[in-house]
Design a binder for this molecule. Structure first.
Ligand code: SF4
Length: 217
């Protein structure tokens, strides 16, 4: 009893202590599922890009980029899909499914672990924050290595959209393969740099100022 009749009328709902933990794991499962689907699309041959032929490859059939109506229809479908998604789920998409947010959360987690619970090293216009007791070279190096490993791993996903899986495997295992373009190492390096900079420094900046999905928020 609160002593106030008006406060006593407010219904009280008891929420089980474990519900937020359950929600957390459901969210993690959805995030992992989205990344797996992003890999399965090219691995299954559902969609791949052939820049040399100037075509999309859908289930072993080529769709030329010059085929205006199909390509225009595809972009129209993607744009409408984004609008529809924002209208129906709003920013829930960011927290539950967007790979950019998944990467940001991973990076935040390691940053807090190695540089302090309130650490912030991303370029969002604010001063860098690092716990005095954790501001050690070893912690910075370990964080850099973890982010580099994540960038190298995630950079393989775009490659799957340009090369068949066995060619990507040859690339990973350093096996000689004549189908590997000599420029592939440069392309991969550029992807790694982009992912590294994104994860390490501009992960929040990207969401605030560069994301198209943000246009509707
Ligand atoms: S704002 Fe854009 S990039 Fe950021 S989490 Fe949402 S959809 Fe992803």
């Amino acid at each position: 009893m609160s002593g106030s009749p008006s406060l006593d009328k407010i219904p009280i709902t008891v929420v089980a202590a474990g519900s937020s933990a359950r929600l957390h794991w459901r969210r993690r499962t959805v995030q992992a599922a989205v990344l797996i689907i992003a890999m399965l699309i090219p691995l299954s041959g559902l969609l791949r890009i052939d820049p040399v032929a100037g075509a999309f490859v859908v289930l072993d059939r080529q769709i030329w980029w010059s085929d205006f109506f199909i390509i225009f229809g595809l972009w129209l479908m993607l744009a409408s899909g984004l609008v529809l998604m924002y209208s129906s789920v709003g920013t829930a998409f960011c927290g539950w499914a967007c790979p950019q947010n998944t990467l940001s959360e991973l990076a935040n987690r390691w940053t807090y672990k190695l540089l302090g619970r309130r650490a912030d090293v991303s370029l969002a216009g604010e001063k860098m924050k690092v716990a005095a007791g954790k501001n050690r070279l070893g912690n910075w190096l370990l964080l850099g290595l973890i982010i580099l490993a994540a960038a190298m791993l995630f950079s393989l996903i775009p490659l799957l959209y340009f090369y068949p899986p066995d060619v990507v495997w040859s690339f990973i295992t350093l096996r000689p393969d004549e189908r590997l373009a000599s420029s592939l190492h440069y392309i991969y390096t550029i992807f790694v740099i982009i992912f590294f900079v994104d994860i390490a420094f501009i992960r929040h900046f990207w969401c605030r100022f560069m994301c198209v999905y943000k246009v509707w928020q």
